[in-house]
Design a protein around this ligand. Structure first.
Ligand code: F0G
Length: 417
C-alpha cells in the first residue's frame, strides 16, 4: 500500500538506496490512497487518542497505516507529533489579518519538528539492524537524532558547524550521548560529507532519508485533525533544506486524496534573504543555483537545499508561493510571536515575517484562514533573543537596571492609570 519510488522518474527504488539508481534523484514513498476509507481513518485516529499504548499516543504512529511498515517492537517513540495549535491575535494584527493560528512543532519532545520524522527514520534503521545513525545539522536534527538513537541503543554521530549554531542545541545533543564532530565549513559542506558516506557504514537520517519525510508529513494530518478536518487557506512555513516543505506538501496532498480534507492549503515557503536560493529559483522560474548562505536564523543557514525539486513540486501543486525576508523582519516577527505568549526560535519566525509581506502584497486576503508553522522552540537561541531585546529594535524589551522594584512598580502603575 506504500511503495518507495524515485521522486523524479517514478522507478521503484530499493529500500535504503540513498538515491535513484537510474537518475540520481531522491526516493520518496507513494501511498495508494484508494486503499483507505476516510471515515475509518478518522475513527481509528480518534480511538487511539484515548488509548494508553505508546504507539497510539504518538501523533505520528497513530497514523501508522499511512506510513511505511515498521515492526511494532522496532518502534522508538517519545510521544512526538501531538503539538498544539494556538490562536495568535497579536500575530494576526502584525500580519494584517483578522485571525491567525500557529501550529507549534517546537513543542515536540526534543523541541523541534524533526522528532516526527526522526521517530520513523530511527525505528526503520533499528529494524534494519543499523548500529550507527549519522546526520549533518544546524542543531535541531542533531538533538532529535541523538535522543531517538539513545532510546534505540544506537550510536549517534553528528557533523555540524558547531561554532555557528545554537550552543543550547549542541549541549542538548551532547547530553543525549551523541558524538559531535565539528565540520570545517557550513551545513552544506557537512551534508555533502554525510551523503558521500558508504550507506553500509551508518544510517543517514537527514531529510534526504524518505522515512523522515513520512514521519513529518503527519504534521499535516495532525493540523487537519485539530481543525475538525477542515484545511486552512494557507500554510506558511520556513524553508531551509526543504525536507519539511516536501513533507507537509505530501501530507496535505495525501489527506485530500484520502478524503480526509476537502481542499489542499496553498503552501507559502519563506527563506531568509541571505539563504534564499529556492526563492530566487521560484522567482526566476529556473533551476536552483546554490549560494553561500548567511543569516542570523542559523537553523535555515542553508545554501544548497537537497529537497528543492520535491518542494517545488509540492508548492506548485498547492498553487502556493516562495519568498525571502530580511533578517530584521525575522527578528521583529519573532518578538511578536513571543508577545502572544507562544515564542519560537528565529527560523520559525520567518513564517510570520513572510506572511506579513504576502498580506501586504495582496497575495493572502485579509480574511484568509492562515496557519503559520513554528518549527522550533523559543529556548533554542536565547543569545539571539537577548541581543534583540538590547538592540532598541521595534519590539525590544530591555532589562531595567538601576531601579528599585517598589519605585519601578509605582511608576509603571502611574503610567497605566
Ligand atoms: N526551522 C527549524 C527550526 C529548523 O531547524 C530547520 C532545519 C528548518 C526550519 C528548515 O527545515 O530544512 O526541512 O527546510 N534544520 C536542520 C537541522 C537543517 O539540522 O536542524 P527544512
Amino acid at each position: 500500500m506504500i511503495a518507495l519510488r524515485c521522486s523524479a522518474c517514478g522507478l521503484a527504488v530499493d529500500v535504503d538506496a540513498p538515491v535513484c539508481g537510474a537518475c540520481g534523484e531522491l526516493p520518496g514513498f507513494v501511498l495508494d490512497t484508494a486503499a483507505f476509507r476516510a471515515g475509518d481513518l478518522r475513527e481509528r485516529a480518534r480511538e487511539r487518542r484515548s488509548s494508553i499504548e505508546p504507539r497510539d499516543r504518538s501523533g505520528v504512529w497513530r497514523f501508522r497505516e499511512l506510513l511505511p511498515p515498521v515492526a511494532d517492537d522496532a518502534i522508538v517513540t517519545l510521544r512526538e507529533g501531538d503539538v498544539p495549535l494556538y490562536d495568535a491575535p497579536r500575530g494576526a494584527a502584525y500580519a494584517g489579518l483578522a485571525r491567525l493560528a500557529y501550529l507549534h512543532l517546537g513543542m515536540n519532545p526534543t523541541a523541534s519538528f524533526k522528532d516526527a520524522g526522526m521517530t520513523v527514520a530511527i525505528s526503520h534503521a533499528r529494524e534494519r539492524g543499523a548500529r550507527v545513525a549519522v546526520c549533518a545539522s544546524t542543531g535541531n536534527t542533531a538533538a532529535s537524532m541523538a535522543a531517538y538513537a539513545a532510546r534505540a541503543g544506537m550510536t549517534a554521530v553528528v557533523l555540524a558547524p558547531v561554532d555557528g549554531i545554537s550552543p543550547a542545541k549542541v549541549a542538548q545533543t551532547l547530553d543525549y550521548g551523541a558524538h559531535v564532530v565539528a565540520v570545517d565549513g557550513d551545513f552544506d559542506d557537512a551534508l555533502r560529507a554525510v551523503r558521500a558516506l558508504d550507506p553500509a557504514l551508518a544510517a543517514v537520517v537527514n531529510s534526504v532519508n524518505p522515512y523522515r519525510i513520512e514521519g513529518q508529513k503527519t504534521a499535516a494530518y495532525v493540523l487537519l485533525e485539530l481543525r475538525a478536518w477542515r484545511a486552512p487557506d494557507w500554510v506558511v512555513l520556513p524553508g531551509g533544506n526543504l525536507g519539511n516543505t516536501s513533507a507537509l506538501g505530501k501530507g496535505f496532498r495525501e489527506a485530500h486524496a484520502l478524503g480526509l480534507a476537502d481542499s489542499i492549503p496553498h503552501l507559502a515557503v519563506v527563506q531568509a534573504a541571505g539563504a534564499a536560493p529556492f526563492a530566487s529559483a521560484w522567482n526566476s522560474g529556473t533551476d536552483l543555483i546554490p549560494v553561500r548562505a548567511q543569516t542570523d536564523a542559523t537553523a535555515i543557514r542553508i545554501g544548497a537545499p537537497a529537497s528543492w525539486k520535491k518542494a517545488r513540486a509540492e508548492v506548485r501543486g498547492s498553487e502556493g508561493t516562495v519568498l525571502a525576508v530580511e533578517d530584521a523582519e525575522i527578528a521583529d516577527a519573532r518578538a511578536v510571536i513571543g508577545r502572544d505568549g507562544v515564542g519560537c526560535e528565529p527560523a520559525s519566525a520567518a513564517s510570520l515575517a513572510g506572511l506579513r509581506r504576502l498580506v501586504d502584497a495582496g497575495t493572502v486576503a485579509r480574511d484568509a484562514d492562515v496557519v503559520c508553522v513554528l518549527t522550533g522552540h523559543v529556548l533554542k537561541d536565547t543569545a539571539y533573543a537577548a541581543r534583540y531585546h538590547e538592540s532598541g529594535a521595534r519590539y525590544a524589551n530591555a532589562i531595567v537596571r538601576g531601579s528599585a522594584i517598589a519605585e519601578y512598580l509605582a511608576a509603571l502603575l502611574a503610567v497605566r492609570a
